[in-house]
Design a binder for this molecule. Structure first.
Ligand code: FES
Ligand SMILES: [Fe+2]
Length: 360
């Protein structure tokens, strides 16, 4: 498989080869090379409020397709487990429910809420049984406030990806966030998942694509900071706009911050506004199709629909249109790569560099 290369010097670098967005083999390879080792947002603890609650879900349905299960155990501990029975691979829990134990409906194998094997009918004669292999596979779980994250393998710690964000907004009321389904929605986008991400990764297009957003953000002050597996775009508000009231301990104290736009490799966006948090997850579906989930978490109702974090629907549709047109453009025989603005496209350069690193 050919490898991708991105020059570390943005002033010399060329963007990633368009094959990455158009070829099935790279779309497939990214499953194990990029997505399996990364950390993924899996919703909030409201899904499993009480002891005995079980919530089955598929991690990145239509892509990774990994059946997982969140449970709340007796001691209020949260577990993230494989939802696949260790006998013949049936799904253990079919829909959200409340249980004392997990009982597989196929042949009756019983597990605790922590995934530990308890019993199995008709298995008396089986040798070396049970072993640890008969427990449901336990995945690492990371919680930040009410927000939950997991990873399919143990290559990286969650903090490798998330700590810069958590530290930067440590004053943010993450424990008060309430999920609002009526303010959340999914958008189908006819473009490769990475094209959607890289559109998010530069504010360069804001004056051209988002007339409304451009009226509340001060484009001249807009900045990008690059970390190891994440980056931050700081949206500075224009005079008189709704901004954060930042504590003196914040490195941004004294600035008129209207929004923190954190992107976490490979496909997660955490947009902090004075009213709360908009989480965007880009889910790959096909090589030229993805689904973007906008999940809305409110902490201060009184600030909703004000400032940079209002009209997100309009901004999304404007982004969608341009990204879909780029997907059509990059199929061209005449376009293979482009160059980066040193001042305005550090985020895109960072993203491409990480893709090249993980696809090795
Ligand atoms: S598949 Fe679960 S008990 Fe057989
Ligand atoms: Fe945009």
């Amino acid at each position: 498989m050919p490898s991708f290369f991105i020059d570390a010097d943005i002033s010399k670098a060329k963007t990633i080869d368009t094959d990455f967005y158009t070829q099935q083999k790279f779309f497939e390879a990214a499953k194990e090379k990029i997505f399996a080792p990364s950390w993924q947002f899996i919703g909030d603890a409201g899904r499993i409020k009480e002891s005995g609650d079980a919530y089955p879900f598929i991690l990145l349905e239509n892509y990774l397709n990994e059946p997982l299960l969140l449970t709340k155990g007796k001691q209020q501990s949260i577990h993230c487990l494989s939802n696949v029975c260790t006998h013949r691979g049936n799904l253990v829990v079919y829909e959200p429910c409340k249980l004392n134990q997990l009982k597989c409906r196929y042949h009756g194998r019983l597990f605790g809420l922590d995934g530990k094997f308890i019993s199995m009918p008709e298995f008396k004669e089986v040798q070396d049984f049970p072993t640890k292999e008969d427990d449901l596979h336990q995945l690492p779980l990371f919680t930040w406030g009410n927000l939950l994250f997991t990873s399919l393998d143990k290559q990286y710690k969650a903090t490798d990806f998330l700590s810069e964000m958590i530290q930067r907004v440590e004053w943010f009321p993450v424990h008060d966030l309430q999920f609002r389904s009526e303010l959340s929605r999914d958008y189908p986008v006819e473009a490769n998942w990475a094209l959607y991400c890289e559109n998010y990764l530069e504010g360069f297009h804001i004056p051209f694509v988002h007339a409304g957003l451009n009226q509340v953000l001060d484009f001249g002050e807009y900045s990008t900071e690059v970390f190891r597996y994440s980056n931050l775009q700081l949206g500075i508000g224009k005079k008189g706009d709704v901004c954060f009231d930042l504590p003196s301990t914040s490195p941004d104290h004294g600035k008129e911050v209207a929004a923190y736009y954190f992107w976490v490799f490979p496909n997660m966006m955490f947009n902090f506004y004075p009213w709360g948090l908009s989480v965007n997850i880009v889910e790959p579906l096909e090589v030229s199709n993805c689904r973007v989930r906008f999940l809305t978490y409110v902490s201060d109702e009184s600030k909703l629909a004000k400032g940079a974090g209002s009209g997100l629907d309009v901004v999304e549709l404007e982004d969608e249109e341009v990204v879909q047109n780029v997907q059509k453009g990059i199929r061209s025989r005449f376009y293979k790569y482009g160059r980066y603005s040193v001042k305005r496209e550090q985020g895109t350069h960072h993203f491409h560099s990480l893709i090249a690193e993980f696809m090795q």
